[in-house]
Design a protein around this ligand. Structure first.
Ligand SMILES: [Zn+2]
Length: 323
């Protein structure tokens, strides 16, 4: 089975090769992490130009030019560096990443649900789950337990795509553990969005992004179904970004990550990733509370009060008072 490292490298190679070809770079070939080609900045017949597929750093032994991906785009397209950076966040550029989604899907398909998995019911539902979500949500999201030793103290939360289980998260049923969450070996969690099938099927105009599966389920219990989890506080992976961009009709993405430092940091990064694509707003959660801890009333209130990010003379700030 392919490890995460290898997988992302493979993905990078594929999209970068496609992208460089589209930029008009000739005679491209890839060896390991390096891609070589004819330098697009000077006339040559032998390849002296190379780019690193992970970092996007390139240089030419012929003319001495070098830089990163933004500089390359700016030189070849003859646009200034800020426009080049904007281009690298645009749907036009990201379509190259969408194209290699298929490969990553294939790898993740190897994940199997643990042995003896069964969806919990009113009678065998662990207290940990009962305290957090309704039986209705448990059934809807097919939360289960299993007889596999590794997961004996865990609830299994399946991740579905196209109505098939493609991965899962295991959540420990008590908090005195080092390993709150377990993921199956080989699963690239950042290539998934929890509840994505629902989002895909309903063509929502607004999408709420949260950190974890329990956030999604908590919202579901309060009547919100246009919620997807990105599995942690981090910027969106290329695959997650590509999936979101492939959605029909999304006009606004509402960021509702946890209100701690990691969540706040990730919110800013995701804003940068999505701002070229649609309107991005942020939920301002009461201090110390995550979205799944709000009452229904509080949830709809913070939704009404969501904030826009504004950009005044290069100085970015969330509109309104920041807490
Ligand atoms: Zn050159």
């Amino acid at each position: 089975m392919m490890g995460q490292q290898q997988l992302s490298k493979k993905g990078n190679d594929v999209y970068l090769l496609d992208f460089l070809k589209d930029l008009g770079i000739k005679r491209l070939s890839a060896t390991g992490e390096n891609i070589q080609g004819l330098c697009p900045l000077h006339n040559e017949h032998r390849r002296s130009w190379g780019i690193h597929s992970e970092t996007g750093k390139w240089n030419c032994f012929g003319c001495g030019a070098k830089g990163d991906l933004a500089i390359l785009v700016s030189r070849i397209k003859n646009i200034d560096i800020e426009d080049a950076k904007r281009y690298l966040r645009s749907p036009e550029f990201l379509k190259f990443k969408i194209n290699n989604l298929r490969d990553i899907k294939k790898e993740n398909r190897l994940i199997k649900i643990p042995y003896g998995f069964s969806i919990v019911n009113e009678f065998n539902c662990p207290n940990y789950l009962k305290d957090r979500i309704s039986i209705n949500a448990i059934k809807h999201f097919k939360i289960g337990i299993c007889s596999d030793e590794r997961y004996k103290d865990y609830a299994i939360i399946p991740i579905c795509e196209s109505s098939k289980i493609v991965g899962f998260v295991a959540r420990c049923l008590h908090n005195n553990t080092e390993f709150k969450y377990l993921y199956p070996t080989g699963m690239v969690k950042k290539s998934f969005l929890f509840n994505f099938d629902e989002i895909l099927a309903n063509k929502f105009s607004k999408l709420i992004l949260v950190e974890g599966a329990f956030d999604v389920m908590g919202c579901y219990d309060k009547g919100l179904t246009n919620v997807a989890a990105i599995f942690g506080a981090h910027e969106l992976s290329d695959v997650q970004l590509a999936k979101i961009m492939g959605l029909d009709g999304i006009k606004e993405i509402i960021l509702a990550l946890d209100s701690d430092t990691a969540g706040t940091k990730a919110t800013k990064k995701i804003y940068d990733q999505l701002s070229g694509i649609c309107t991005v707003t942020r939920l301002c959660l009461p201090k110390g509370k995550d979205i799944d801890e709000l009452t229904k009333e509080e949830l709809y209130n913070v939704l009404k009060m969501r904030r826009h990010y504004i950009n005044i003379g290069g100085f970015k700030k969330w509109q309104g008072r920041d807490s």
